[in-house]
Design a protein around this ligand. Structure first.
Ligand code: SF4
Ligand code: SF4
Ligand code: SF4
Length: 582
């Protein structure tokens, strides 16, 4: 790799010639402020917070887009630079709804942090503000244009990473704003509700639809039996909301904190994940042996499901009919569990704690109910769960570990790895392999299907006489590539795992939000993923079909995987969606 020698603020350094000034400065702990910059996603130099002086250049240059060159001499912190940044930020703030006290992003807002860093204590400019209506129609996401700073990070993520393009800049000049086609609600355009724009947004302009009030109401209702279930990815991230290092595995502390919130029971959605593997694995074997629609594609990522329903409506029959783990688990809680424990199912209120904002929309789908009872009554994200804990004065980081409640608290390592890309595939292969061959696996780790962020991974797995061809993709752009292959009849796979969010659920749209600098310099996905694989390794059972709770559930209630009752409770149908017909 070729390198160049440059000097920044008097510090000489040798850096790769492909670097920008910002890259070089960050690598040498020189702090240049940014706002619109999101590494590899939104590098447009629009906000002008990262301006620097370069010897020989006229005026300021934006360091996030300016490549380094041999002998370059850069200054990042002169009085002129500081003044210019301050004026730019004050102008931005003059057109901003500065209600920090009641803003969900307060203390985790890059705009607020920058105002503090630049020592802005007063705004000289006051005047007209850009108009914009609050959009809270979507069950998953709220858009508040009054808190938008037009950084376009959301637009870039939606277009470049997810290849959806549900939002864009509309109008020009002072009237410019982020909007949707025909200025419809996000709910009425092909938004997948993946929430990747929410975690990319530096301010409170995009946030999840709050469900904490509904959950508090249920917890205070003595007539309700309120149950929490937590997805695998939450335990690898919620500690970050309490100042713990990224990727801290806090399963026991999380359970303890949820119990202190007043939930009657705290269960592990991983039990639902084991159940999903039993049903999905059986469906796959059935499709392979009976000439069913292949490749079969996982359906546990609701953002992915909405994407198929909207962008590839004629291919929805490739989706597994299995409901996602938390929906399955909700249905089981209100039937089998209610019956076993002698609880009126109508009194059970199921709260799913999820790394995902799309799960809110999924739980809202009309078909996600059994005999008139919703599978899941409320979905809160990892961030909302942390907010509730803070509201109740609970510091998760200080709590001693507690165990998930039984009888449905048991789960396997296969279920834990659902939280990262490739995990569902690996979990399914562990079970499908043993069920089809009748032989115990010597090595349960299918490392060749473990996914990488923003990639497609293909593998061939020998199961008995059968060569099973699989693919794993994360991020909707990659998903689209696989769907195009299927559309053309060129996809050679039996089974495909797709997660809407790049990296899978550990980096889902409901997870703790880190600023752009942390995103650029820390492998957030890698650290959280490592935590889940460690958890898998340390569990005594690592295959879904070995879970005694699951065995008991089939023996006592469901019969066999794929039975009529299993279909009634645990399966659904996905269908085409047409947003622009009305
Ligand atoms: S978006 Fe940031 S600056 Fe704006 S009100 Fe919220 S916390 Fe304050
Ligand atoms: S939720 Fe996903 S699809 Fe919808 S606007 Fe945001 S990034 Fe785009
Ligand atoms: S909604 Fe957020 S990410 Fe999108 S342009 Fe506005 S401030 Fe930036």
């Amino acid at each position: 790799m070729s390198t160049v020698k440059i000097t920044i603020d008097g510090i000489e350094m040798e850096v790769p010639s492909t670097y920008t000034i910002l890259d070089a400065a960050r690598e040498h702990n020189i702090d240049i402020p940014t706002l619109c910059h999101l590494k590899d996603i939104n590098e447009i130099g629009a906000c002008r917070m990262c301006i620097v002086e370069v010897e020989g250049a006229r005026g300021f240059v934006t360091s996030c887009v300016m490549p380094v060159s041999e002998g370059m001499v850069v200054r990042t912190n002169t009085p002129a630079i500081r003044d210019a940044r301050k004026v730019t930020l004050e102008l931005l703030l003059s057109n901003h709804d500065r209600k920090c006290l009641t803003c969900v992003r307060s203390e985790n807002c890059e705009l607020q942090a920058l105002a503090k860093k630049l020592n802005i204590t007063d705004i000289e400019f006051e005047g007209e503000m850009t108009e914009g209506e609050l959009d809270e129609v979507s069950p998953s996401i709220v858009r508040d244009p009054k808190k938008c700073i037009l950084c376009k990070r959301c637009v870039a993520v939606c277009k470049k990473v997810q290849d959806v393009g549900a939002i864009d800049t509309i109008n020009r000049g002072f009237k410019a704003k982020i909007g949707t086609a025909c200025e419809k609600s996000l709910n009425d355009v092909p938004c997948t509700m993946c929430g990747q724009c929410v975690v990319a947004c530096p301010t409170g302009a995009l946030r999840e639809k709050d469900a904490t009030k509904a959950v508090w109401r249920a917890l205070q209702d003595e007539d309700k039996f309120v149950v929490a279930q937590t997805a695998p990815a939450v335990r690898a991230a919620i500690g970050e909301e309490f100042g713990m290092p990224i990727g801290s595995l806090v399963t026991g502390k999380m359970v303890a904190a949820l119990k202190r919130l007043g939930f009657d029971k705290v269960f592990d959605t991983n039990t639902g994940a084991d159940l999903t593997i039993m049903e999905e694995g059986t469906e796959l074997i059935h499709r392979i042996q009976n000439g069913g629609k292949l490749p079969m594609i996982t359906s546990c990522s609701p953002g992915w499901v909405r994407y198929v329903e909207n962008s590839y409506p004629e291919l929805t029959d490739h989706l597994s009919t299995a409901k996602s783990p938390h929906q399955m688990f909700g249905a089981v809680l209100k039937t089998y569990y209610a019956q076993k424990m002698g609880i009126d199912p109508a009194k059970i209120f199921v709260v799913s704690v999820m790394p995902c904002v799309g799960k809110k929309a999924e739980a809202d789908r009309e078909e996600m109910q059994v005999d008139g009872l919703r599978d899941v009554d409320a979905v809160i994200t990892t961030r909302e769960a942390a907010r509730m804990m803070k509201e109740a004065g609970i510091d998760l980081s200080k709590l001693a570990d507690e165990e998930f409640d039984n009888p449905t608290g048991e789960a396997t390592g296969a279920a834990v790895i659902f939280g990262t890309t490739g995990g569902v595939m690996e979990a399914a292969l562990r079970t499908v392999s043993e069920v089809l061959t009748g032989k115990e696996l010597e090595n349960v780790e299918f490392e060749n299907v473990r996914g990488e962020v923003n990639g497609i991974k293909e593998a061939t797995v020998q199961i008995g006489d059968l060569e099973v061809k699989v693919a794993v993709a994360n991020g909707l752009k990659n998903a689209g590539k696989i769907m195009d292959m299927i559309e053309k009849g060129e996809a050679p796979y039996h089974f495909v795992e797709i997660m809407a969010c790049p990296g899978g659920c550990v980096t889902g749209g409901g997870q703790p939000i880190h600023d752009a600098k942390t995103r650029a310099t820390v492998d957030i996905h890698g650290l959280r993923k490592k935590a889940l694989y460690e958890a898998d390794k340390n569990l005594p059972r690592r295959k879904s079909h070995e879970n005694p709770v699951i065995k008991e559930l089939y023996d006592e209630y469901l019969g066999t995987p794929g039975s009529e009752l299993a279909h009634k409770l645990l399966h659904t149908h996905y269908h085409a969606r047409h947003y622009f017909e009305d």
